[in-house]
Design a protein around this ligand. Structure first.
Ligand code: AMP
Ligand code: MG
Length: 475
């Protein structure tokens, strides 16, 4: 039985509005994930599922709302925002005893649409769909997706595009911006209710200080994980920061290709505020914006102390992941330097991030020829050979064989990541209402550490003609 328990609606009315979705025209259900089963929605069947997600059918107990939040965008207070094109259909009780929100993105105007049209295009829907599930495969906390639909509305972006709709799933839609809204608009009672709700519903009833400590830790670990796989989010505004430490709102993202450390994936980010190598410090800046909202609840010194735990948690976690990327079991004080040396070398030589780390799994001590594929592609690069000599010295202090290290490294260095040109290939097919490539790529992305015959070409360095694919906020 499909059952809802809508806890968000116990919050003050200020935090949400009831809304009516605008169905997309001639909706087609292009693809669904295993979440259909997980959420107990199988009994609906594909046709009813499509109608429900598209706002053409209601289910008993559902409640459609858009939530109200605020935020700092590109470092500037943006004031009131909210779900401008997203509608939560309700909180489903799952067969396993959990509770998850189903939210559709692209469901038309809401009271928070501001200048927007409330629509999503196929391109942005596919990107969010693939990226969410790619994160699952990489073991990174993320919102999930349930289904993707295409429609025939003509939507104006840089050009005219067709409409899409993605149904996503998360325990809660709460962002830093929800707290900022209540605090900056001096909605004291609403802020108290929001804090109590968040603590009890999602953090097991811990104290406010404990909850904030946990949010800081989760965000720090998330940033370390993004850096590890070379993920660049692109729009780390505080309204895109999940209180649960989930990757959320994947749009103009990019995975590192040429290991350009100052890589800015979002073409709309003119200042490079959200460059790859800025993400960890932006994470902390965003947390400070969140913690400020608690100045009347928690002593200032305590808030500062909580914020100050961030660098340490990030550095420890990142160092752990860096060692793992290099296949190191032991700990040497110079490991971080060794890792950064490699990154800088790769950056200088424009080596592909994913390809190079994956190839390193096949490295045999003292034998650069074991990296034949790298040298065949990039030539005999002296700087890289120098680094390999340092790696040799470090590996001499490790126990275990090259083969064992190689196996470990293949479990931690993905062979496949969702590069922009790959997303683009899938988008082109979905634009033609075909989901074969989408389905095939999902299988690869769910298991990015495995071999996938037929996809070998995508594990190499990005072909020059597919580099620098431009994505913007409308992506
Ligand atoms: P984003 O940075 O993409 O997460 O979006 C920032 C804000 O703009 C959020 O409040 C969105 O809900 C809103 N927004 C983005 N695109 C649209 C759109 N097409 N129509 C209405 N609101 C939008
Ligand atoms: Mg957003």
């Amino acid at each position: 039985m499909i059952e809802f328990e809508n806890t968000f609606k116990t919050l003050p009315k200020f935090l949400y509005e009831e809304v009516t979705p605008t169905p997309i025209k001639n909706a087609r259900l292009v693809h669904t994930t295993s979440l259909v089963q997980h959420l107990g929605l199988r009994e609906l069947g594909p046709e009813k599922l499509k109608l429900w997600l598209n706002g053409e059918l209601t289910l008993p107990g559902e409640e459609r709302i858009s939530s109200h939040y605020a935020g700092h965008q590109f470092g500037v207070w943006a004031g009131q925002l909210g779900d401008g094109r997203a509608i939560s259909l309700g909180e489903l009780k799952t067969p396993a005893g959990g509770r998850l929100v189903v939210q559709t993105k692209g469901s038309g105007l809401t009271p928070f649409s501001r200048m927007g049209d409330g629509k999503a295009v196929i391109r942005s829907s596919v990107r969010e769909y693939l990226c969410s599930e790619a994160m699952v495969g990489l073991g990174i906390p993320t919102t999930r997706v349930l289904a993707i639909l295409t429609g025939d509305d003509r939507v104006r972006r840089e050009t005219i595009e067709r409409s899409g709709l993605v149904a996503r799933v998360f325990p809660t839609n709460l962002r830093f911006g929800h707290f900022e809204l209540c605090f900056h608009l001096e909605m004291e009672e609403e802020l108290d209710a929001l804090i109590a709700y968040t603590r009890t519903t999602f953090f097991g009833g811990v104290t406010t200080e404990e909850m904030l400590t946990e949010i800081v830790a989760r965000t720090a670990r998330l940033m370390a994980q993004w850096q590890d796989v070379g993920f660049c989010h692109g729009v780390m505004n505080t309204d895109n920061m999940s209180v649960l430490g989930l990757t959320i709102d994947c749009g103009p993202f990019g995975f590192l290709e040429d290991t350009e450390l100052g890589y800015v994936c979002n073409h709309s980010d003119h200042q490079g505020r959200y460059a790859y190598n800025q993400q960890p410090s932006v994470g902390m800046w965003n947390l400070e914006r969140l913690l400020v909202c608690f100045v009347n609840k928690v002593p200032r010194e305590k808030l500062q102390e909580i914020l100050n735990t961030y660098p340490d948690i990030f550095e420890k976690e990142y160092l752990r992941l860096c060692r793992r990327k290099l296949g190191l079991l032991g700990q040497d004080a110079a490991d971080y330097k060794l890792f950064v040396d490699l990154l800088q070398t790769m950056s200088k030589l424009s080596f592909d991030y994913t390809f190079t780390f994956r190839q390193l799994a096949g490295y045999r001590r003292g034998n650069p020829r074991s990296l034949r594929e790298v040298f065949d592609y990039y030539g005999n690069r002296e700087e890289f050979l120098d680094w390999l000599r340092k790696y040799d010295l470090r590996l001499a202090g490790e126990t275990g064989s090259d083969e064992e290290r190689g196996l470990r490294m293949k479990e931690t260095n993905p062979k496949y990541v969702l590069k922009n040109y790959i997303a683009q290939e899938v988008i082109a097919e979905v634009e033609r209402d075909r989901a074969d490539r989408l389905a095939a790529w999902l299988e690869v992305l769910y298991r990015p550490y495995d071999e996938h015959p037929g996809f070998e070409a995508y594990a190499g360095p990005t072909p020059p003609e597919h580099k620098h694919y431009e994505v913007s906020c409308s992506s």
